[in-house]
Design a protein around this ligand. Structure first.
Ligand SMILES: COc1cc(O)cc(C/C=C(\C)CC/C=C(\C)CC/C=C(\C)CC/C=C(\C)CC/C=C(\C)CC/C=C(\C)CC/C=C(\C)CC/C=C(\C)CC/C=C(\C)CCC=C(C)C)c1O
Ligand SMILES: C[S@@+](CC[C@H](N)C(=O)[O-])C[C@H]1O[C@@H](n2cnc3c(N)ncnc32)[C@H](O)[C@@H]1O
Length: 327
């Protein structure tokens, strides 16, 4: 695991305690820093700030991972149907827009972290396969003198139909990965797809390995967001791209009010009726409100070493897509 960048951590402390409180998450000070404000030094010496949030609850940092694991272990089988019910299918549009923004080239090696049941991975494979086949058709039409056998051979090898592109789905939860693998089998996805059990905070991959790193609706659940961002930077090749689709801040007061009413009055009820798990969906809607705003998260991505960091808010800011590059 890449050691936290002292400059980034220092700039956290250097910009004062409030910066370390970003998104309501009390970031643990790992050592009393000579330059840190007095109250931060006292806190780090007397009582390490090792608390974080689990929805609106404050919990010891070491407990959050287990609680999040239980949430997704519980909802895994109903995860996909709940997404459609809660968002009336709009989450599919958000994920399609993520792929449209990605526009992967042939041969792209994608790491989809917190990939769960594979929604992003399947979209990636569909995208690269359709673009590769369209390119192949254009090339074949340009070569009038090919024999039938030569044409048939070009269409036969599925591996080739991906143009060398590959996607690795990495997730910490066995049940979510199990549902994803079942979906892949049912939909006929075989080539170019791998499933890896792993933690976003400590990825089981070498440095400089992937062209694109995506994380969709996952980073909100991670205990140490800064560590996950640093791991994303580590495993990307120079020139690689980071893309994050996550819930964000609604700025329109009316929509924000309606969204809150819908979130806290309807979604947990849907969670209980459909998934038999009111608490996990209460966690969902609370965790959304505890996540940093678009601008704050942009700064966190920059602190992790990414450049040209931008974001695009969708559906009045209910979600946002953040993008950055490892240069
Ligand atoms: C455990 O963690 C997780 C588990 C998972 O399964 C999934 C995830 C990851 C999550 C996703 C990928 C998607 C999650 C989706 C959401 C959080 C919801 C996203 C919300 C929208 C796209 C629409 C938001 C709605 C608005 C902006 C405002 C419009 C709201 C209304 C018209 C409803 C107003 C609600 C009230 C006034 C509350 C009081 C009313 C009642 C209790 C009566 C009953 C009301 C209804 C039945 C209204 C239902 C309305 C709709 C279904 C329409 C929704 C509106 C739109 C599509 C605009 C994960 O992390
Ligand atoms: C809301 S689901 C998103 C799944 C998928 N990306 C999608 O868009 O449908 C969140 C996923 O994050 C995973 N997750 C939570 N904490 C994680 C961590 N530290 N490392 C890797 N995955 C994690 C959960 O197991 C779950 O599968």
């Amino acid at each position: 695991m890449a050691a936290p960048k002292s400059c980034a951590l220092w700039s956290y402390c250097g910009r004062g305690w409030s910066r370390a409180m970003r998104g309501g998450q009390l970031l643990g000070l790992r050592s009393s820093w000579p330059g840190a404000p007095l109250n931060a030094r006292l806190l780090s010496q007397e009582k390490r700030a090792t608390e974080t949030h689990f929805g609106f609850e404050t919990v010891p940092e070491e407990e959050k991972g287990g609680k999040v694991y239980q949430v997704f272990e519980s909802v895994a089988k109903k995860y996909d149907v709940m997404n459609d019910m809660m968002s009336l299918g709009i989450h599919r549009v958000w994920k399609d827009l993520l792929l449209w923004k990605m526009r992967p080239l042939p041969g792209t090696q994608l790491l989809d972290v917190a990939g769960g049941t594979g929604d992003i991975a399947f979209r990636f494979l569909n995208y690269v396969q359709s673009h590769h086949q369209n390119k192949q058709k254009r090339q074949l039409r340009a070569q009038q003198n090919l024999s039938w056998e030569e044409i048939a051979k070009k269409y036969q090898n599925e591996e080739d139909s991906l143009g060398g592109s590959r996607v690795v789905v990495c997730d910490i939860n066995k049940e979510m990965l199990k549902v994803g693998k079942q979906k892949a089998l049912a939909r006929g996805y075989r080539a170019g797809l791998a499933w890896v059990l792993g933690d976003a905070e400590e990825l089981p991959f070498d440095d400089d390995k992937f062209d694109i790193y995506t994380i969709a609706f996952g980073i909100r659940n991670v205990t140490h967001v800064d560590q996950a961002l640093q791991e994303a930077h580590r495993v990307l090749k120079p020139g690689g791209r980071f893309l994050c689709l996550e819930f964000s801040q609604v700025n329109n007061p009316l929509i924000s009010r309606l969204y809150d009413l819908y979130s806290f009055q309807v979604i947990p009820v849907l969670g209980e009726v459909i998934a038999g798990d009111w608490k996990s969906y209460q966690y969902l809607v609370e965790s959304i409100r505890r996540f940093p705003s678009q601008e704050e998260f942009k700064e966190m991505i920059e602190d992790a070493g990414f450049h040209k960091v931008t974001y695009e808010s969708l559906t009045s800011g209910i979600v946002a897509i953040h993008s950055g590059f490892k240069l």
